[in-house]
Design a protein around this ligand. Sequence first.
Ligand SMILES: Cc1ncc(C[n+]2csc(CCOP(=O)(O)OP(=O)(O)O)c2C)c(N)n1
Ligand SMILES: [Mg+2]
Length: 241
Amino acid sequence: MLRKSHFDNVPIKPQRVYEEMSKAFGRDTCYVSVIGLSQIAGAQFLGVYRPRNWINAGQAGPLGWTLPAALGVRAADPNRDIVALSGDYDFQFLIEELAVGAQFKLPYIHVVVNNSYLGLIRQAQRGFDMDYHVQLSFENINAPELGVYGVDHVSVAEGLGCKAIRVTDPKDAQAAFTTARELMAKYSVPVVVEFILERVTNIAMGTEIDNIVEFEEILDLPLDDTPISPDPPRRGKLLPA
Ligand SMILES: Cc1ncc(C[n+]2csc(CCOP(=O)(O)OP(=O)(O)O)c2C)c(N)n1
Ligand SMILES: [Mg+2]
């Protein structure tokens, strides 16, 4: 079954980010990610076409792993297209490692999907009224343009010697990836592309492959509304509401 990804919402729905990533990055791209709604949704939506092109810490899920892992992949292979995918909290865990990327000239693209939440924990704990345990939101007095999204990742990344771009509207995604590639080629450092997401999105998951809870529409629509044209093409079934 195919999930809808072509949302125009601002703040951005994460499904749209993965659609834009699939559009921008080729079939040889190597993705690096660890854990969170970001990694779970990324695994569902991104096209991975070759062995060792989905570098993940599996069930261990140690937050913070994505950034040094991506640097490691780059150190091991100077030529591969590398795209890391982090939630805001995974990214903050070892954000200082960006300086290692600047120090040793280890360029890659780091997509940060910022919902200002421990999103996976929020989703797992919904129903227990414990929002304050899992949210990271605050008004940053130095970056009022961020609203309630708290940490100014662009400033921190630049402070650590890297380049960074913030995307707030999905129609700017492709231009941001193009600029990110140019910056990477010019400066040979990690380039962060941050997407400001809607704060609350529940991602499809379940205990068994035949027992998945869906929170958004399942598509039975023409293929041009799908994240990536499946190969061979197939259609999804429309579930009753
Ligand atoms: C070191 C460590 N501490 C805690 C956890 C538990 N944990 C798993 S996902 C998650 C929240 C991740 O938030 P974020 O990176 O922003 O991703 P999101 O789910 O919001 O996409 C937490 C706290 C963990 N996996 N590793
Ligand atoms: Mg988050």
